[in-house]
Design a protein around this ligand. Sequence first.
Ligand SMILES: [Zn+2]
Length: 347
Amino acid sequence: MVYRGRFAPSPTGPLHAGSLVAALASWLDARAHGGQWLVRIEDVDVPRCVPGMGQFILGQLAAVGLMPDEPPRVQSEHSPVHQQALDALVARGLAYPCDCSRKDIEAALALLGHARQRQGELVYPGTCRNERIALRAEWTQGAGGTQTTPQSNQQPAWRLRTDFFPSNESVALVQYAKLATIKIANECLQWHDRRLGPQHQDVEKSVGDFPLKRADGYFTYQLAVVVDDAAQGITHVVRGEDLADNTARQIFLQRALGLPTPVYLHTPLVLGPNGEKLSKQNGAQALDTSRPLAALNAAAQALGLASLPSTAQQPTPCTTETAPQTMPMTDALNAWVTQWRSLYALA
Ligand SMILES: [Zn+2]
């Protein structure tokens, strides 16, 4: 099996110092494995995306020497594939429509006597699950089936049922068996993260039946990531720790769709001066690519790699603006590949 990794930015704003850490880590891991590195533009949440930002991000990556091995995949161009996945789940009784508003969910939780919240998200108690799945024959024959068009109102959201796993299911990718083994025991999903170690989550209890398609007709991040990782043959996911919490849901969905589970590694987060993680939401500065090696050095340090001498990138009176930076940057990247290999004990 050929190693295939990816960096998957959302074009909601330019790359910042934190996103470069994830980009560099996934690139280094691909190179350290002698594998392929792909870029996917995750523009599935169309209303939040900035037109032209995908191209801008690709330019930022190129400026720091990170070039994908294949043309980038643009997520929003693949909604028919996402729809097929949803249809397959619906046909098997694993996904169902739900019109519950936030108020409805709050009321259902109050009736159950526990207002379960998690990171500001209500844990969906499965209100519509049994009734909707029992009446499946009716709504699958209704107008449009599961097909809704973006921005058309009055459509249901579509949720994945999270109560269907047999206990003690154990699955592994053949080639990466040692690292990618996942296990379901006592309704708890267990997996291994190459940096964070053993992980577990009871998806039904801690998240509930989560949405695959929103009421506004857009597919959710969870569905698009899982379908696209499989479509691109991704074997290794290396991304920021802020996304680690999605892993259980994504493995759950892979199992439901019969797709392979990649190996996961979540990289350390970069904190801003206020101690909060750098993100577009809290106003992180766009990455300064005018000094590529300086930007890469900062990212490498965040990953626990040695900072490389920055003399090559400091302009001196003897160098001109057009002094070649390509060689030192390539050398630096190669040096970090070697360091990465020993950090993660790769042969
Ligand atoms: Zn509902």
